[in-house]
Design a binder for this molecule. Structure first.
Ligand code: SPV
Ligand code: MG
Length: 669
C-alpha cells in the first residue's frame, strides 16, 4: 500500500503560521509537526512508500522530509498551479505514480491517533473515516451513507450524513475508478473542485465504506484555533498508558508483534507475573521472576515493568489506571475467561478500554513451549523444584500417582474457583498405591527396581516434582544406593518411616504387629543417606510413626528433634485418628522449638482440615496419599459388574471416558 499525502495547498487560514513553510510543517507537540507525526505513524504501520504532492514552499517541504531520516521512499510531485487549483489537480499530476497499488490517502493537515490509522489500514474494504458521535460540522466534509456504503462526500450534505475526515484506504480496483473520474474532471478543466466531487460521480462502482472512529482523534487543522485544540488532544494521547501482563520465560516474535501493537496505543507498562502466580496456573517457571522482569526492562518501547502478584489484574489496574489493557483474544474461553471478565469490570470503573488482538497459533510457538516443557522434566531441573516451591508458597500439595496416566491427571487437573486457578504442586509415589496397582500388599514386597519403573513411567510424561514413599528405606547399606538412584532420576524427596522388620501399612495401626525402629538406628540411616547424596537439592524426610503405634506425643517429639539433628530435611508426622487434635498438638510443640524444618502431613484420616488451616498452623506439605487409587478401582469394579449383569457393554457406556477425553489427556507428541 502506498500513502498519498496532499501537501500542495496554501493553508492561508493559518495566518503567520504558514508564512515560512507549508501548513503540514506546523508543530503540534514538542516533538512533532503534523507531517512528522503522520510519517512516523506510517513507518510504525509498515508503509514504505509515500507519494507527496507539493506546491507551496515545495523545496522546504522536500528538504524537511529528507531531514527526518525515516525509512520511507518518497516521490514528490509538484502541482505547478497549486494556487489556482484544488487538490483534485494535484492528484491528477501524480496519477502515474498511483496506478499499481492500494492507496492510503490523507490530507496533509490531518492529525489522527494510531488506533484510527490501524482501523483504516486493517479495513478489508476501501474506507473513509467518519464519526458517528461528533456533531455534523457546518463547513467541513460530511459523508452520506446509504446501505452501509458512502454515497457522497462534500460539505453541502446533511441528510443521512456523518462527520467525515479525509483519511481513506482505497483498494486498487476502487481507486482506478475514482482516478479515472478525477482525470475526466481535470481533462475538462474542472480543477477547482474537491477530488470527492469526482468520487460522487462514480460511488456506485467505487465502493467506499465508512470506518467509524467515533471520538478518537482525527481532525484537520485549518485555523490557529484548530491547532490549539488538536495539540491539546495530541498531548492527551501522548500521555496514555497501556498495560499488558506476561508470564513467559522467553520472548518470541509473537510476543514482539503484540507488544508492538500495544506500544502504538500509548506508553507501555508490562506486568510480570510472580513465580507463585505462574506456578498456580502453569508449571513452575524455570526462569525466576527477577530474570523474567529484566527481559522486558530491556525491550525497546517498554516504559515500565511492574510485578503482578496474582492472576487477577485488578490490583494493578486500580493502581495504574491504564487507558488500555492489551491481550490476545485467546482468553475469551477457558480458565482465563473470568480473569478477562474482571479486567472488563475494573476498566469500566474508570473508563479504560480492553483491546484484543488475534492470538497467533503459529506451530513454532507450540514447539518452543513443548521444548520448554521437556526441559522442565529433566532430572536436574525437576529435582530442586520441590524445595523452591516450599520456599515460595509456604505450603505445597502433592497428589498420589502410581502410573503414567495417574501422573498425567495430577499434572494436568486444574480447577477454576473465584477467579483463581488451582492445581497440585507435586506427585506422591505411594507405596500403598504402587503395590495396589500391582495387586500386591503394602509390605515392601514390590522391589525397588519395580518401584523405580513406576517413577520412570510417571517421569516420562510429566514435569511436576516427585515425592517418593521409601517405606522403611530398608537396610542403611541399601538405602544409600536408593538415595543416589532417586537423585539421578530427578526425584525431589524420599520419605522414610521409622519402622523396622516386616513393614505394614500405617493405617492398620496397632491392629497388626509393627515395630518402631530405635532413634539411634534410624538416625544412622538418615545420616548415611545424607552422606550419600550428591546434590544439595535432594531431600530426605523422616516419618515419625509414634502416634500410629501409640507411643505418645513426647516420643514423637523426641524423635522429630533427633531426626532433624541427624540431618533430615523435613519431618512427616502421621496419625490414623479422624480427630486432628494430636497432629495439631505435635505441630504446635514442634514449631515452638523449630520454625524452619518443613512439616509433612498425610491427612487421609484427619481429612476435615483444610490446606489453609494446615498452613496457618505451620505445615508445609500436604499429601493426598491414595485418593486416585481409591476412587479409580471402584469405578472399574462397577464397570466390570455392569457388563457381567447385562451381558453386553452398552449400559457401561455412560460411565466411560470418551476417546476424545483420553486424547486430550494423552496428546501424541
Ligand atoms: C502410602 O501412601 O503408601 C503411605 C501413606 O505410606 S499411608 O498409607 O497413610 O501410610
Ligand atoms: Mg507407604
Amino acid at each position: 500500500m502506498k500513502a498519498l499525502i496532499l501537501n500542495s495547498g496554501l493553508g492561508h487560514r493559518m495566518g503567520v503560521l504558514t508564512s515560512e513553510h507549508p501548513k503540514c510543517m506546523t508543530e503540534i507537540s514538542p516533538y512533532d509537526t503534523i507531517l512528522s507525526h503522520q510519517l512516523r505513524q506510517l513507518v510504525e504501520y509498515g508503509i514504505e512508500e509515500v507519494v507527496m504532492t507539493t506546491g507551496y514552499f515545495d523545496q522546504i517541504l522536500i528538504d524537511y522530509c529528507q531531514f527526518l531520516h525515516l525509512p520511507l521512499k518518497f516521490t514528490f510531485v509538484n502541482n505547478p498551479v497549486y494556487d489556482k487549483t484544488n487538490y483534485i489537480y494535484s492528484i491528477y499530476c501524480a496519477k502515474d505514480q498511483l496506478l499499481d497499488d492500494d492507496i492510503l490517502l490523507m490530507h496533509g493537515d490531518l492529525v489522527f491517533e494510531n488506533l484510527v490509522l490501524e482501523a483504516v489500514i486493517n479495513s478489508p474494504n476501501s474506507c473513509m473515516t467518519v464519526s458517528s458521535t461528533l456533531p455534523l460540522p457546518e463547513k467541513d466534509f460530511k459523508a452520506v451513507i446509504n446501505d452501509g456504503r458512502i454515497e457522497k462526500v462534500g460539505i453541502e450534505f446533511f441528510e443521512n450524513a456523518m462527520a467525515a475526515q479525509p483519511l481513506y484506504k482505497i483498494k486498487k480496483e476502487d481507486w482506478l475508478v475514482w482516478l479515472a473520474s478525477i482525470e475526466k474532471f481535470c481533462d475538462t478543466d474542472n480543477r477547482k473542485v474537491y477530488a470527492e466531487n469526482a468520487f460522487n460521480e462514480v460511488s456506485e462502482q467505487c465502493k467506499i465504506y465508512p470506518c467509524d472512529v467515533q471520538d478518537m482523534l482525527c481532525s484537520e487543522i485549518d485555523t490557529p484555533e484548530d491547532l490549539k485544540t488538536v495539540s491539546q488532544k495530541v498531548a492527551e494521547v501522548n500521555e496514555r498508558t497501556v498495560y499488558m501482563c506476561f508470564s513467559t520465560e522467553y520472548i518470541h516474535s509473537g510476543h514482539m508483534a503484540i507488544i508492538n501493537k500495544a506500544r502504538r496505543l500509548g506508553r507501555l507498562i508490562i506486568g510480570v507475573l510472580s513465580d507463585e502466580a505462574v506456578s498456580s496456573f502453569k508449571r513452575y517457571p524455570l526462569i525466576p521472576f527477577a530474570e523474567r522482569k529484566a527481559l522486558f526492562e530491556n525491550l525497546a518501547g517498554v516504559e515500565r515493568v511492574v510485578a503482578q502478584d496474582t492472576l487477577s489484574y485488578a490490583k494493578n489496574l486500580r493502581l495504574l489506571k491504564p487507558n488500555y489493557v492489551v491481550h490476545g483474544n485467546d482468553w475469551c474461553e477457558g480458565f482465563q475467561k473470568p480473569i478477562r471478565q474482571e479486567v472488563c469490570d475494573v476498566l469500566a470503573e474508570y473508563g479504560g478500554k480492553l483491546v484484543e488482538y488475534p492470538y497467533s497459533n503459529n506451530p513454532m510457538y507450540k514447539e518452543l513451549d513443548a521444548n520448554h516443557r521437556a526441559e522442565l522434566s529433566m532430572p536436574d531441573i525437576r529435582r530442586g523444584r520441590l524445595r523452591k516451591l516450599i520456599n515460595m508458597k509456604g505450603l505445597v500439595t502433592a497428589m498420589e500417582a502410581h502410573s503414567g496416566i495417574t501422573g498425567l491427571i495430577v499434572e494436568k487437573t486444574t480447577v477454576l474457583q473465584d477467579g483463581k486457578t488451582y492445581q497440585f504442586d507435586a506427585m506422591w509415589v505411594s507405596s500403598l498405591c504402587d503395590s495396589t496397582a500391582k495387586g500386591k500388599p503394602d509390605i515392601e514386597l514390590v522391589d525397588m527396581t519395580s518401584r523405580f519403573r513406576t517413577i520412570d513411567d510417571i517421569m516420562e510424561v510429566t514435569t511436576k516434582p516427585i515425592i517418593f514413599d521409601g517405606d522403611t528405606g530398608g537396610l542403611a547399606e541399601h538405602f544409600v544406593y536408593t538415595v543416589r538412584s532417586l537423585e539421578r532420576m530427578g526425584v525431589s524427596m524420599i520419605i522414610i518411616e521409622d519402622k523396622t522388620g516386616l513393614k505394614k501399612n500405617s493405617l492398620f495401626g496397632t491392629e497388626v504387629k509393627q515395630t518402631q525402629d530405635s532413634i539411634e538406628h534410624f538416625c544412622e540411616k538418615i545420616r548415611a543417606g545424607k552422606h550419600a547424596q550428591k546434590t544439595k537439592e535432594f531431600m530426605i524426610c523422616a516419618r515419625i510413626e509414634s502416634l500410629i503405634l501409640e507411643q505418645g506425643m513426647d516420643d514423637a517429639l523426641t524423635r522429630a528433634f533427633a531426626y532433624v539433628e541427624a540431618g533430615a530435611d523435613a519431618i512427616m508426622i502421621h496419625s490414623r485418628k479422624k480427630d486432628p487434635a494430636e497432629i495439631f498438638e505435635f505441630i504446635q510443640k514442634f514449631r515452638e522449638k523449630n520454625t524452619t524444618t518443613p512439616i509433612v502431613v498425610v491427612p487421609t484420616s484427619f481429612n476435615t482440615v483444610t490446606e489453609q488451616e494446615f498452613k496457618d498452623r505451620g505445615v508445609n506439605v500436604v499429601i493426598y496419599a491414595n485418593q486416585l487409587t481409591r476412587t479409580g478401582f471402584p469405578a472399574m469394579q462397577d464397570a466390570a459388574r455392569t457388563i457381567l449383569k447385562n451381558h453386553r457393554a452398552k449400559e457401561c457406556d455412560d460411565k466411560c471416558m470418551s476417546i476424545k477425553e483420553i486424547i486430550t489427556l494423552i496428546p501424541e507428541e
